[in-house]
Ligand binder design. Structure first.
Ligand code: PLP
Length: 399
């Protein structure tokens, strides 16, 4: 870095790493735009269109002139619907005042971290982790501390590992089940024990449940706030959103449910930064609660496609000599082990893109060397073509 640049940029700007997942996606898209035939497994977004009933509701809101600022924490009808939904799911009488709608689940996570982490506080992050958590923690002046989950444990950490990582500076544990990048989902006993270990030690939990509805193999949807002892449930912040469930990544709508004091702080931070999530987009999301049967049907349709792709890709990856792949139960990712090829994951991914025009994200981006992430939020045709190319690439690497 030149001296003049270092004088111009702040500590925050100099220390932040740009999102490697968005970078892979951008490179694949640029190659495609240049006419290259790229098989993209990099994207973290469903390849389906947003369901019509949601688009129609947003269009009607636009036509009705819902084009002005909304209340900072969200339009009242949407907050009320979200609160009622969480309450009905057993979260125990969630009030509208505990719900904040933000421009994307990413922003919800960031604001939750800003609202709870002071400079020097440690934030415990199980690895592999979603790329943004460590950077968000650093932007808050916090210190990310990683807890590595072994592939043999299904990419899940244990309460003993968590306890061993806690120090007097530990403030927050971030959980993400189903996980990006592994697709791993904690079982009930595992999540209950982990939740208890964190809360007993006085930590707050940020539970990022953005993939909560993308579950396979009859895996139940679980939440630390539901498994926490009632007197400690207020120490859990639950984040979710509409992007992954209803294929609404570009709408930028995230949700946060927390104790009133935390929700208020999140709303205050939002009031001084982004103000509110886009007003007419919120009316689109409201349709999910006003038409639950349509929402269920749309989700079921997408899930069926994701599930058949998951199984196809998982079986085919395991059939490639040198690759082993854990069977994920959620989200739309597989995270195969490529250690047998003896290459750093970044080199494996770069060569795969250069030689065969297949885009995957290196595990190093998620704090997990020796793996690469495949997103199966891509067409069946791309999956088949990509598998053919990957098989050829791996055979060449093995000589
Ligand atoms: N959390 C995780 C684990 C994610 O993978 C993502 C998106 O990739 C998000 C949060 C944020 O989603 P959005 O900001 O699109 O709602």
């Amino acid at each position: 870095m030149s001296e003049s640049t270092s004088n111009v940029l702040s500590t925050w700007a100099r220390n932040i790493a740009p999102s490697p997942t968005l970078a892979v996606d951008a490179k694949a898209k640029a190659l495609k735009a240049a006419g290259e035939d790229v098989c993209g497994f990099g994207a973290g977004e469903p390849d389906f269109d947003t369901p019509d009933f949601i688009k129609d509701a947003a269009a009607a809101a636009l036509a009705a002139g819902r084009t002005k600022y909304a209340p900072t924490p969200g339009i009242p009808a949407l907050r009320k619907a979200i609160a009622a939904d969480y309450s009905a799911r057993g979260f125990g009488g969630i009030a509208e005042s505990q719900v904040v709608v933000s421009p994307g689940g990413k922003m919800s996570c960031y604001l939750a971290i800003l609202a709870t982490v002071s400079p020097g506080d440690e934030v415990l992050i199980p690895a592999p982790y979603w790329v943004s958590y460590p950077e968000m923690v650093k932007l808050a002046g916090g210190v990310p501390r990683f807890i590595p989950a072994a592939p043999g444990s299904g990419f899940k950490i244990t309460p003993a590992q968590l306890r061993a990582a806690i120090t007097p500076r530990s403030k927050l544990l971030i959980l993400n089940s189903p996980s990006n990048p592994t697709g791993a989902v904690y079982g009930e006993a595992e999540l209950r024990a982990l939740t208890a270990a964190a809360l007993d030690a006085g930590l707050l939990i940020l539970s990022d449940e953005i993939y909560e509805h993308l579950l396979y193999d009859n895996t139940p949807s679980l939440s630390p706030a539901l498994l926490a002892p009632a007197e400690k449930a207020a120490n859990v912040i639950t984040v979710s959103g509409f992007a992954k469930t209803y294929s609404m990544t570009g709408w930028r709508l995230g949700t946060l449910v927390a104790a009133p004091e935390i929700a208020r702080a999140v709303a205050d931070l939002q009031s001084q930064t982004t103000s509110n999530a886009t007003t007419f987009a919120q009316y689109g999301a409201l349709a999910v609660y006003e038409h639950p049967a349509k929402a269920r049907a749309a989700l079921a349709q997408m899930l069926a496609r994701f599930d058949s792709r998951r199984l196809r890709l998982w079986e085919a990856l395991n059939a490639i000599p040198g690759i082993t792949c854990h069977r994920s139960q959620g989200a739309f990712y597989l995270f195969p082990d490529i250690r047998s090829f003896g290459l750093p994951s970044s080199e494996f991914a770069a060569r795969l893109l250069d030689d065969e025009r297949v885009a995957v994200v290196p595990g190093s981006a998620f704090g997990a060397e020796g793996h690469v992430r495949f997103s199966y939020a891509t067409s069946e045709e791309t999956i088949e073509k990509g598998l053919e190319r990957l098989t050829r690439f791996c055979a060449k690497l093995r000589g």
